[in-house]
Design a protein around this ligand. Structure first.
Ligand SMILES: [Fe+2]
Length: 471
């Protein structure tokens, strides 16, 4: 038979046969061949303009806002004063009402971390705001008063369009600054950032560790003072340092970044949910206990039942450690959570899961891996149209290091992967359609280096996987 094949197989078909067999064996997604700058990243020095301290005695700095309730009618305003507590009061008014100023009084907290005493960290919640309204707000006193503004979201409803930005693992390198600038200049105009964890990477600077939390707060103020960032906790927020007596995890983070966790009946700021426009967003904590019977697990079991797809068709989950990751970094760190929670994600038809942690970009097909148990040994992800798409967007810039080493061959579940810095946009159009795009920092602001039209899993659960489109 082999002799027959050898004799009868025309030589010119051999290369074709080889190509076809290669395609057959390697039917994973696309690994981008985009050639990026692989120079070692550089951290922005302490005297960079993006870190500049606002002028004036005790001037408010590191101003940041986040959603303050379950439904988007409240905003938490936070800022730090360095010299003394100053005023806890926020003065605010809607653009429609001109001069009528409302007052909201909040609280001030401080913390110690080894030999460092924090500044005075203010948190004030503005409640009962009107939907879809521009508000101005002021913090500070006298001639160090600083003024900002934000837009409240539209009222919750199934066909309300809304544009989320996605940034993760941002850090404070020159790449971080590029990522933030590209997000700000993206013509899609993200209205709220879903931040997938790892903020400042301060502990990478042993001599400036505490300064670097403040520099990061000043760096991102230009965005987060004007639109909410929805916070997710990453491993760089743990700050567990028993060698210097710091044994309370998340201490700097939890003092600096508040979340509206009580509004969703959570008992911890690290896991909670919000509704915004047509989306129900569940934030999970990769570094807090999530096993059976734990507070996070009990909360999630209740929370997932509350999702009403008629009110908020888009079900988005945000966490730090990805479940599906084909890079040789942090490989399978999300596995234990996946084993426990993935059946719920499929049963309740989560549309998309955003994670960070791996310093690169990756998008999966709609797959699940829920058939496995210890007895049957079935452990290969399979195509599943009820399952979410998993997107790793840990490519914000960190300390300038990219994850470049990938598992080979690319697994079937991985639709597209590229190790470049960038950000993404999830642009909800109505109850059935949302457009996702990933934007690498080397391109112009509007270039979509990868994209996918999402079809809602509840209202329009047809196959929405597409071939990669490269630019
Ligand atoms: Fe991380």
């Amino acid at each position: 038979m082999s002799l027959f094949l050898r004799l009868s197989f025309p030589g010119f078909l051999l290369p074709l046969a080889l190509v076809l067999s290669f395609l057959f064996l390697c039917h994973g997604g696309t690994t981008s061949t985009f050639v990026r700058n692989v120079q070692k990243g550089i951290t922005m020095p302490l005297d960079s303009d993006v870190f500049s301290v606002p002028s004036g005695y005790n001037a408010p700095q590191q101003v940041h806002i986040t959603q303050g309730d379950l439904v988007g009618k409240a905003v938490i305003i936070s800022w730090i004063t360095e010299d003394e507590p100053g005023s806890n009061t926020v003065r605010y008014w809607s653009a429609n009402s001109k001069q009528k100023k409302n007052l909201a009084k909040g609280e001030v907290v401080t913390y110690r971390f080894f030999n460092y005493s924090s500044g005075f960290i203010h948190h004030t919640t503005l409640n009962n705001l009107e939907y879809n309204t521009k508000y101005y707000y002021e913090v500070g006193l006298g001639n160090t008063t600083r003024q900002f503004w934000f837009m409240t979201p539209p009222e919750i409803g199934p066909d309300v369009p809304y544009t989320f930005g996605l940034i993760g693992d941002l850090g404070q390198s020159y790449d971080s600054n590029k990522t933030l600038s590209h997000y700000e200049l993206n013509p899609k105009n993200g209205q709220t950032v879903l931040f997938v964890g790892d903020l400042s990477y301060a502990e990478n600077f042993p001599y400036d560790v505490n300064l670097r939390r403040d520099t990061w707060g000043r760096f991102v103020e230009r965005s987060v003072a004007y639109q909410p960032w929805i916070w997710t906790v990453g491993n760089h927020e743990i700050d567990f340092a028993p060698e210097i007596g710091e044994t309370e995890p998340f201490k700097p983070y939890s003092n600096r970044y508040y979340t509206p966790y009580k509004a969703s009946q959570s008992t911890s700021p690290f896991w909670y949910s919000i509704k915004r426009a047509s989306a129900h967003i569940i934030v999970l904590a990769s570094y807090s206990a999530y096993g059976k019977y734990t507070p996070q697990n009990q909360w999630f079991e209740q929370e997932i039942l509350k999702v009403n797809r008629t009110e908020t068709p888009w079900l988005i989950v945000v966490m730090h450690a990805p479940w599906y990751n084909s890079y040789n970094y942090h490989y399978m760190e999300g596995e234990t959570m996946r084993v426990m929670y993935e059946p719920w994600f499929v049963e309740y038809k989560v549309d998309v899961v955003f994670a960070g942690h791996v310093h690169a970009y990756e998008r999966t097909e709609r797959v699940s891996n829920i058939a496995y148990n210890v007895v049957n040994g079935i452990c290969t992800p399979v195509k599943d149209l009820l399952a979410p798409v998993y997107i790793t967007i840990g490519d914000g810039g960190n300390v300038g290091r990219l994850a470049t080493n990938m598992t080979e061959p690319q697994p079937e579940y991985s639709a597209f992967r590229e190790s470049s810095f960038g950000h993404a946009i999830f642009d909800i159009k109505n109850r059935t359609h949302a457009h996702f795009s990933w934007h690498r920092n080397q391109d112009g602001y509007s270039i979509e280096a990868d994209y996918l039209w999402f079809f809602n899993r509840f209202w329009h659960p047809v196959d929405d996987s597409t071939p990669h489109v490269s630019h």
